[in-house]
Design a protein around this ligand. Structure first.
Ligand SMILES: [Zn+2]
Length: 395
């Protein structure tokens, strides 16, 4: 039913540079822990860088929006100016009309006579006529200027509208970039989740082997071989981790994430979970936000090293360093009350189930990623049911 998306293959903007070789000594294990911490801080730096890019693009959008609104105001001013010019043109046109009418009347004989009788001298008359011509010319010039002004404002409006259009398209391209950057951020978050889990597990391993080294040699020996510090019990074969159950989800990529285990449902919370093979508890992460209580047990079966892992546990009965047998109840099924859907903390489950996985090699950050196998005794297909720990698929 449900997913635990830890240790995924999802494409991330950060290249995972983890050890490609299983650490064999305490020193190598410490180096792996240091490498993981370096990846974590690199990822955080990339995250900060992306966040600052988002901020700068957001600022550019704000600036463009301010420019658009300023251009809008300028367009309104231009429109106001065009309106004013048109009003002035109307007034002046009326003036010119009246002056010209008056001038025409002047030039007609009657008006000339009428006017001449009004003028005290001939010079006065000539001057009056000249004045009228001058005024007419001035008004004509003014009209021309106003028409030019209107033309300029019309052009300004066109330019400003074009500018607004350019700014709008700039904003959409910035918004698209921001969307991309948020996508990157999501990958960084996802990577952070993975790397945090790995750091926690490897840290518990380092602590465990330090303690064992001190017990055995009286001090922390970096060259101490982990295989010598570990006691790995013999296994004749695999058993199922539950007395019964049904596969509800398989191993593989789904919804863009890699699901690294089988989900086994059909058991209520609190049902006993056994170690599928005897071995040493290699790692434990408690109350993780995607996976809950996650237990990793290193086992050797048929001379091959494996890591077995059990997620969403309600209760965990063992601790890192413990040696468990196939009869050890390592914990109990959880995934319902622990889910965020039902008031819990685990975002990667919604119902009671066991997320059970097997990877070749002892637990390291890369081995789980690259060496997941279908747990022996199971098919990788949903609907498969079993009713005893010894049921084998394909019989
Ligand atoms: Zn799962």
């Amino acid at each position: 039913m449900i997913l635990a998306t830890i240790f995924t293959y999802t494409i991330s903007p950060v290249t995972v540079i983890a050890a490609n070789k299983e650490p064999e000594t305490l020193g190598e294990l410490k180096n792996e822990l240091a490498a993981l911490k370096k990846q974590k801080s690199d990822n955080e730096a990339s995250q900060k860088n992306t966040e600052s890019q988002i901020r700068s693009k957001q600022n550019a959008i704000n600036q463009a929006e301010a420019d658009i609104s300023k251009a809008g105001e300028e367009i309104e001013e231009a429109e106001q100016s065009i309106e004013d010019s048109n009003n002035q043109i109307a007034l002046l046109t009326e003036d010119v009309k009246q002056i010209l009418e008056f001038y025409q009347q002047m030039k007609s004989k009657n008006a000339y006579l009428e006017y001449i009788s009004g003028a005290s001298t001939m010079t006065d008359l000539v001057m009056r006529i000249a004045a009228i011509e001058q005024i007419t010319e001035q008004v004509q010039n003014k009209l021309e200027n106003l028409k030019d002004l209107i033309k300029q404002n019309e052009q300004l409006k066109v330019d400003l509208a074009k500018k607004q259009e350019e700014l709008t398209s700039k904003i959409s391209s910035y918004q698209a970039r921001i969307k991309e950057l948020y996508g990157d951020l999501e990958s960084y978050d996802k990577f952070a989740l993975d790397i945090d889990t790995q750091i926690k597990v490897v840290q518990t391993q380092v602590d465990n082997y330090r303690k064992k080294s001190i017990e055995k040699y009286g001090k922390e020996v970096d060259t101490a071989k982990l295989s010598e510090l570990d006691a790995n019990p013999y296994n004749a074969g695999w058993l199922k981790p539950l007395n019964k159950g049904k596969i509800t989800s398989t191993i593989g990529t789904r919804w863009g994430s890699y699901h690294n285990a089988l989900d086994i449902g059909g058991n209520p919370e609190g049902t006993a979970v056994y170690a599928a093979a005897a071995g040493t508890v290699a790692g434990f992460v408690s109350h993780y936000k995607c996976g809950g209580n996650m237990l990793y047990i290193n086992v050797v079966v048929g001379g091959q090293k494996y890591t077995t892992y059990y997620y969403h546990l309600l209760k965990v009965n063992v601790k890192v360093g413990d040696v468990v047998t196939q009869n050890t109840v390592i914990g109990t099924v959880g995934g319902y009350s622990t889910s965020t859907a039902h008031g819990g903390y685990d975002t990667c489950t919604t119902g009671a189930h066991l997320h059970f996985g097997v990877a070749k090699g002892f637990f390291t950050s890369t081995l789980i990623r690259n060496n997941v196998i279908t747990p022996p005794g199971f098919p990788n297909s949903t609907g498969y049911k079993f009713s005893s720990r010894t049921d084998y698929y394909g019989k």
